[in-house]
Design a protein around this ligand. Structure first.
Ligand code: ADP
Ligand code: MG
Length: 282
């Protein structure tokens, strides 16, 4: 089976990296707070003023303690829920509810088992009102571009976990959002598959000129793929520290980023940043 990476010219992906609108703001999260009601009706503050500026064509990661509100930030950026205060500015405009500016691969974004791979990929296009032929042509073009066309007629259950995640990403890409939100897309995969997919997905997003935001538990993953890593505090949550990493960009690959001497250093810094929060040291 042909790997997806083989279909991507890395040097081309890297040229894309510094091209076009890079440097301009893609998403600006401004002093966003969010509280949820608990069963007793008390407002529990989850986000206590999140501010981050993500640049066009940048790939950033968000790491933070479990339950600190990472998925909640994505839900707010995607316009699925409203912040208690603060705002999200995308392309210079404050977003309203459920706008189509972002592609969102949710934490449990499963393929529909009764639909073929092709019909899963066309799903995102159905709401756009394209004709059946347009939907199929567009979906097939993406599947071909990333070496998945031979699976078009297959059902999800016949694919490995890694292949299913590739398809889920393609399903997100076909609607051509500028920004892709990825909520722990690799957490259910074995270690080797995760390494390969991290590398591929970064290449795909760079190749497509997208802005990517990844939520991950895995500090090594964050360091290997990111231009920057945002470390969140525990609840009520704010951005505790931002790391300018950029190892994948300088090596042209997330896999090679792991061989950089600075990799271990970033790991130790980010680990200790999180360690203190989780109370492991005290
Ligand atoms: P993370 O993704 O960082 O693990 P979440 O964003 O899923 O965290 O959740 C953060 C906190 O907010 C958790 O305590 C969770 O229980 C709570 N929470 C999330 N969504 C809701 C909701 N719709 N109603 C009430 N509480 C919620
Ligand atoms: Mg989550």
């Amino acid at each position: 089976m042909m790997g997806v990476t083989e279909t991507i010219d890395r040097s081309e992906a890297l040229r894309a990296y510094g091209r076009g609108d890079a440097g301009q703001s893609a998403i600006s999260v401004q002093q966003v707070t969010k509280s949820f009601m608990n069963a007793e009706g008390d407002a529990i503050p989850v986000l206590s003023g999140i501010t981050m500026d993500i640049r066009k064509q940048e790939f950033v990661s968000i790491v933070g303690p479990s339950g600190c509100g990472k998925s909640t930030i994505f839900n707010i950026i995607a316009g699925l829920i409203e912040p208690s205060s603060g705002k999200i500015v995308v392309g210079g405009e404050e977003i309203g509810r459920s706008t189509g500016h972002v592609g969102y691969m949710m934490q449990r974004d499963l393929l529909l088992p009764w639909r073929t791979i092709l019909d899963n990929v066309t799903l995102g296009l159905e709401v756009k009102g394209l004709s059946k032929k347009e939907r199929y042509d567009t979906a097939m073009a993406y599947l071909e571009r990333y070496g998945l066309d031979s699976f078009a007629k297959a059902y999800p259950s016949t694919l490995s976990g890694g292949m299913r995640q590739r398809v889920a990403l393609i399903r997100t890409l076909v609607t051509q959002p500028d920004i892709i939100l990825l909520d722990e897309p690799f957490s259910a995969l074995d270690y080797q598959t995760r390494l390969v997919l991290e590398d591929e997905i970064l290449s795909i997003l760079k190749n497509e000129g997208k802005t990517g935001v990844l939520i991950t538990h895995d500090i090594e993953e964050a360091i290997s793929v990111s231009d920057r890593v945002f470390v969140m505090s525990k609840r009520p949550t704010f951005v505790k520290k931002t790391y300018e990493v950029g190892l994948a960009a300088s090596h042209g690959s997330a896999m090679k980023a792991r061989t950089d001497a600075a990799f271990k250093q970033y790991f130790e810094e980010i680990w200790s940043e999180l360690d203190i929060q989780m109370g492991r040291i005290s």
